[in-house]
Design a protein around this ligand. Structure first.
Ligand code: HPA
Length: 269
């Protein structure tokens, strides 16, 4: 984190604090192609553009809004490292969510399936991650009032939340380890073989920095990944962003149902 990061967080929060009338306990970040859920979610809207110091969003299909509902705040749109944003930019929304009052973060993403038991269109609970982004968002100045210099990552994805969700939603919900790479190129088949060998079940280009930030801030995390395609070399066909979008569109309704169910479970915890 850079020296001015604490200031950025505070300014960002101050610019919208009057709109945060009811403190949400749960925050949700919607991943690539999964942002459509926000239109179903009832709440007061805050656009990224009205938040001081928030970078401009670039990727299509990432709306860049918050909606504040009953105990829950949903974020559609995020800042990816591959877009050229700094790690400070990438984790700023997590700090803002913390400032809003969240204690639990439900984070979602699109990923490539490495585990051959997975299928495109399937939702997987993230049980752990492997940071392969070549950096860490907490490098730099530490702000002890926010978190420790050396945060524990033993249970980066809360076991308690996973167990509760599995028993309520159905124990058939699979779990997997998510490998986070910078992108934006997809992986080579050799890289996917390596990821498999080191214990990854799915691969993507987000989530890892935000989850590190959330753990630093003492936020409990629940991660859900939508496998949008099988990873490179698993099937004999090239990967495309179109396929990712197509899959998320196909499972949009199922995703909304799952996320609503999960929110209800988490609200009761
Ligand atoms: N690789 C990396 N990121 C992804 C993929 C993939 O196969 N699918 C969706 N996001």
């Amino acid at each position: 984190m850079k020296t001015d990061f604490k200031d950025r967080v505070e300014k960002a929060y101050e610019s919208i604090s009057s709109l945060v009338t009811r403190k949400p306990r749960i925050g949700m970040i919607l991943g690539s192609g999964l942002g459509g859920y926000i239109s179903e979610f009832k709440g007061e809207e805050i656009g990224f553009s009205s938040i001081e110091g928030f970078p401009k969003t670039t990727v299509e299909g990432h709306k860049g809004i918050y909606k504040l509902g009953d105990g829950v705040v949903v974020q559609a749109g995020r800042f990816h490292f591959y877009e050229g944003y700094s790690m400070d930019d990438v984790i700023l929304p997590v700090f803002l969510l913390r400032k809003m009052g969240i204690e639990i973060l439900i984070i979602t993403n699109a990923s490539g399936g490495i585990n051959e038991a997975f299928r495109a269109g399937e939702f997987i609970l993230i049980k752990d991650h492997i940071n392969l982004m070549g950096t860490n968002p907490l490098i730099g100045v530490n702000f002890p009032e926010y978190g420790p210099r050396f945060p524990d990552m033993t249970e980066a994805y809360s076991k308690r939340l996973r167990e509760n969700v599995k028993s309520a939603v159905g124990n058939e919900l699979k779990e997997g380890v998510y490998a986070g790479l910078t992108g934006p190129s997809y992986e080579t088949p050799a890289e996917i073989r390596m990821l498999k060998a080191i214990g990854a079940d799915m691969v993507g280009m987000s989530t890892v920095p935000e989850v590190i930030a959330a753990n630093y801030l003492g936020i409990e995390v629940l991660g859900i990944s939508c496998v949008t395609n099988m990873a490179a070399g698993i099937l004999e066909k090239p990967l495309s962003h179109e396929e990712v979008i197509e899959t998320t569109k196909r499972v949009e309704k199922e995703f909304a149902k799952l996320i609503e169910r999960i929110t209800e479970v988490v609200k009761k915890i």
